[in-house]
Design a protein around this ligand. Structure first.
Ligand SMILES: [Zn+2]
Length: 653
């Protein structure tokens, strides 16, 4: 049956019953209905997962920093056309809300919720009878694709039916109007973002017209599945020649990593599923960077650790992975999500969340306004500030942490719950025949590997608990209510039992050091999902101030200690040459001075490794030679550093 026929058949049905219910699909949360293929996991509504412990501290830092105050002084928001102003009326308002809305509801913060309501009332009030919405001045569909995600999250958290209606009416508008998804415009190359919300809506309404709109968007926009399989831009030099079009743009690509996987729900074509994984493999192979990201400053930039990645691409890649995990359920996708969340995401921001970079570097030894080897970005791109280089990340960065927290848990089709990523939190959700359970996860993860779960419910309740065992976690140990359970690396361990209130589960993920070969045969050191970087002394100089009321400033950071070290380390057995010290996670979790984990390692300077064009020169090939004296070095989590070496030459013993 063709897709068109299947829609036609559906439209005759008065009630659309999810076919998979018969096969035992999740009964408590909106799931895919025919003809969509069933997803592996089911997303929980925004607000079901709340941060605890250090994650709560980190999100509180965010609420007290830029996210909680940006709209009070940054003209792009304080004078936004989306919120009663006269200024910017394109993507910045919706971008900001895409992070503010989840932050407000995962923290249950009344001050942020009041802001959200004020912005959302204004957005909802712009809806026109034909289904179009947003500032009257805006005729472009791109910012509306972002606004749809905002409206969906807001509806999940509040049940506000007005938000649902705006979404429904907009898909009616799309059906009533011709396709407008040109390959040379943001709205065109990013068109499939609308389909994420279309399927979200279809799960709730079963209205076949929504699938008609989704089908039209897919068929009339750029074919990212084909692109990721063929992968035409392997060589960064070719990217330069290509003059930086939409197909090499790092944020487009970060968003597009999910498009084939999202469309697989409709197409049921294995080619789409495979394209999702092929895209990640090709990005790793030709542009992969430490921390699971790929180089793009702001067009595909290759694997050298001094090329940058735009912050928008980091948070969009995280969101793409959260979508792909729900659809495809693959452990490696969740492993990568943790790499981005716990390394690249904090590494591009100051620990107090008052400044961010446009481009971050794995080997970042000088933060300053200066020319660097970026593909296209300007001299401000690695400065920590308010809107270095360009203000898109200033508006868009806020979604990273709160959406990550919201996706730590998902529901399963056997009426249980799955822990897809780890970090201290509390989830409240329905299981079994509808019993509500609360599971509290106490842990310092990713700084420590022991994760304790406590299950609470009114009555004893039988349901399966799915726990992700990362690919790197060989030797993981899982104990449920005193009973030992198999926990194989690279799989989901399933604990099926009748849980009594107060029952506990302990999962110990071994935090054994390991290494990864990178550009020029350099080595990066990992422990769990954390990359470790050389701690470099810093001299901060304020180069601009943006508010009298708030500490919003631009910072230059110069090194006060040497950075050009090779490591004396056996890459096959890094434990032998390294000692690990752990500290309590502080209230500002990514403060450089209070890193929760410190690796003590030995190395020697390589005098020929110098600054070239304001970045560390090309990493000397390993094994490298040095006759300099042996030095004691400290490596701390990548996310705790603003100056760093993450890809090291390895010295000949
Ligand atoms: Zn950006």
């Amino acid at each position: 049956m063709s897709h068109v026929e299947s829609i036609a058949v559906l439209s005759l049905a008065v009630i659309v019953v999810p076919a998979s219910v018969a096969q035992g699909a999740n009964k408590h949360y909106p799931i895919n209905r025919q003809p969509l293929v069933q997803t592996e996991f089911v997303e929980l509504p925004l607000g079901a997962v709340k941060p605890q412990g250090w994650l709560k501290d980190q999100l509180t830092v965010q609420a007290n920093g830029l996210t909680g105050h940006l709209d009070e002084f940054w003209p792009s928001l304080s004078d936004s056309l989306w919120h009663g102003g006269k200024g910017e009326g394109w993507e910045r308002g919706p971008y900001y809300l895409d992070g503010l809305v989840p932050l407000a509801y995962v923290l249950d913060d009344p001050r942020l919720i009041a802001k959200v309501k004020s912005w959302m009332d204004d957005m909802i009030a712009t809806a026109q009878p034909n289904g179009w919405f947003g500032p009257a001045k805006n005729k472009d569909r791109w910012p509306l694709a972002v606004a749809l995600k905002v409206l969906a999250q807001y509806h999940e958290a509040t049940g506000d039916e007005r938000a649902l209606k705006v979404i429904q009416d907009y898909f009616r508008y799309l059906n009533d109007n011709p396709p407008d998804w040109p390959d040379d415009q943001w709205r065109g190359v990013r068109a499939m973002e609308n389909v994420v919300t279309a399927f979200w809506l279809y799960r709730r309404t079963g209205d076949p017209a929504v699938l008609k709109a989704a089908r039209s968007i897919h068929d009339n926009s750029f074919d990212w599945a084909k692109y990721f399989v063929e992968f035409p831009f392997k060589d960064p030099a070719k990217v330069r020649e290509h003059k930086a079009g939409h197909r090499t743009h790092v944020v487009n690509i970060a968003m597009a990593t999910k498009h084939a996987g999202v469309w697989y729900q409709f197409s049921k074509d294995d080619k789409d599923r495979e394209a999702a994984f092929a895209g990640l493999a090709n990005l790793d192979k030709y542009h992969g960077q430490a921390t699971g990201r790929f180089g793009g400053d702001e067009h595909l930039a290759g694997r050298s650790p001094t090329q940058g990645t735009e912050l928008c691409a980091v948070v969009e890649f995280m969101y793409s992975l959260e979508n792909l995990i729900a659809v495809l359920g693959d452990v490696a996708l969740a492993d990568r999500l943790e790499l981005l969340a716990y390394n690249a995401n904090p590494g591009a921001c100051t620990a107090d969340y008052w400044a961010h970079q446009y481009d971050q570097q794995a080997n970042q030894v000088l933060v300053s306004k200066a020319k660097r080897h970026w593909q296209t970005n300007g001299d401000m791109a690695n400065v920590y500030g308010l809107e270095p280089n360009f203000g898109c990340c200033t508006a868009n960065m806020h979604q990273g942490w709160p959406k990550y927290v919201a996706h730590l848990w998902m529901a399963t089709h056997d009426q249980g719950l799955a822990a897809v990523a780890y970090g201290p939190n509390r989830v409240k959700a329905k299981v079994a025949d509808g019993a509500e359970v609360t599971i509290t996860q106490e842990t310092d993860y990713p700084f420590g590997g022991t994760i304790n779960f406590t299950i609470d419910a009114e009555q004893p309740v039988k349901f399966p608990l799915h726990l992700r065992i990362p690919v790197w976690a060989d030797g993981a140990k899982l104990t449920a209510a005193g009973e030992s359970i198999e926990a194989k690396a690279g799989s989901f361990a399933v604990v099926k039992r009748t849980w009594k209130p107060g029952d506990t589960v302990e999962l110990v993920l071994p935090m054994k050091l390991r290494t990864e070969r990178r550009y020029n045969n350099a080595v990066s050191v990992l422990r769990g999902p954390l990359y470790f970087s050389l701690k470099i002394g810093e001299k901060w100089t304020q180069i601009a101030s943006h508010s009298d009321k708030f500490p919003s400033k631009d910072w230059q950071i110069e090194p006060t200690t040497s950075w050009n070290y090779g490591l004396l380390l056996d890459p096959a057995n890094p434990e032998a040459g390294v000692t690990v010290a752990t500290n309590k996670v502080g209230n500002v979790p990514f403060d450089t001075a209070a890193a929760p984990v410190v690796l003590k390692v030995k190395g020697r300077q390589i005098p020929d490794w110098k600054l070239v064009d304001n970045s560390a020169g090309d990493t000397p090939a390993s094994p490298a030679v040095s006759s300099e004296p042996t030095a004691d070095l400290e490596l701390i989590p990548y996310g705790s550093t603003r100056l760093r070496i993450t890809e090291f030459p390895v010295l000949k013993p």
